[in-house]
Design a protein around this ligand. Structure first.
Ligand code: UDP
Length: 332
């Protein structure tokens, strides 16, 4: 990316952030990563760790006095630092608010005071909840179903308001089910790819939720990275764009591609039967389109399966224990 000389990536040691930073560094950019390594890992930056154009600071984005200094001379910010996952957001709503809302406003302020030319916010398709409109456009009803979704949406509201009030050039990307090599698997239960790949390595059955007919708009991480770069390079600001694969794929299809035995577990409340991004807006306005077909993406995951060797192996019993509060709080 030639447009900027000094880029900040918050959450740059995370799964998506690591891929973005790798690409930016490979394209000759100077990058500052701000990450508190709560869920980020140094391994995500291993391939570029000795590159002189990369600086990494261990800091909490909500700590405004500390992070402010890292924005001096910066002209572009990608804000990816956040706490993810549904269940822990039910357990620890204050931590989620601090990381995802206080963290976002602190980064927005630091970016504004530095006079950056572009700020890209990482929003989540979880803001659509259980959508009536499929494929779902950016204008669809907002219906966050759990604290994580609320906090990511509030962060987006702040970002768009910093555009409106202070004229900070903000673009918000609503990401749909991102997957790819190094997808996070440690810590809490979540993200189906990590769960299934670890089960496959251990020779255990895939824990398919419900009948497995539910579909997700699985979007490969390299396409997500390209969308971040397209958003930064564009002169458009103050807009929200969905980022999806252009399709939606059932869990049963995923199982067929991964190959293995299946066990069925209880359907979870508050989960949509289908996520599917309407990507007309981004196709029309940004110089971007998804490039990785689902079958190719799954093959890349299988080629990298060794990564999930140390991931927790979930089964019906441990999932049921871990998701008890999901049923308790999100049930009717
Ligand atoms: N899923 C599943 N088994 C699991 C975990 C997830 O069948 O052990 C399904 C889940 O029902 C959903 C899809 O995989 O339809 C994606 O789940 P994930 O948690 O990755 O993302 P989200 O539910 O947030 O879209």
């Amino acid at each position: 990316m030639k447009k900027y000389s000094n880029i900040v990536v918050t959450g740059g040691a995370g799964f998506i952030g690591g891929h973005l930073v790798e690409r930016l560094i490979k394209e000759g950019n100077r990058v500052t990563v701000i990450d508190n390594f709560a869920t980020g890992r140094p391994e995500n930056l291993a391939a570029i760790k000795d590159n002189k154009s990369l600086s990494v600071f261990n800091a909490d984005v909500a700590d405004f006095p500390k992070i402010k200094a890292y924005f001096e001379g910066v002209d572009c910010v990608f804000h990816l630092a956040a706490l993810a996952d549904i269940v822990p957001s039910i357990w620890r709503p204050l931590d989620y608010h601090r990381a995802n809302v206080d963290g976002t406003i602190a980064v927005l302020e630091a970016a504004r005071l530095a006079g950056v030319s572009k700020f890209v916010y990482t929003a989540s398709s979880s803001c659509y909840g259980i959508p009536d409109e499929i494929p779902t456009a950016e204008s669809a009803i907002i219906m966050p179903m759990y604290p994580y979704a609320v906090t990511k949406y509030l962060g987006e509201q702040y970002a768009l308001n910093w555009n409106k009030i202070y004229k900070l050039p903000v673009t918000s990307l609503r990401l749909f089910n991102v997957y790819g090599p190094r997808a996070r698997t440690t810590g809490t239960y979540g993200a189906v790819f990590g769960v299934f790949l670890a089960q496959k390595l251990a020779g255990k059955p895939f824990t398919v939720v419900g009948d497995g007919l539910q579909t997700r708009d699985f979007t490969f991480v390299s396409d997500i990275v390209s969308a971040f770069i397209a958003a930064a390079e564009s002169d458009i600001s103050g807009e929200i764009f969905n980022v999806g694969s252009g399709g939606t794929y059932s869990i049963n299809t995923l199982v067929e591609l991964l190959k293995g035995e299946v066990t069925h577990i209880k359907k979870r409340p508050g989960e949509p039967d289908c996520t599917f991004a309407n990507i007309d807006k981004i196709l029309k306005n940004l110089d971007w389109k998804p490039n990785v077909k689902f079958t190719d993406g799954v093959k890349i995951m299988l080629d990298n399966i060794e990564h999930w060797k140390t991931a927790p192996i979930w089964d019906e019993k441990s999932i049921s224990k871990e998701t008890a509060d999901w049923f308790k709080y999100l049930g009717k």
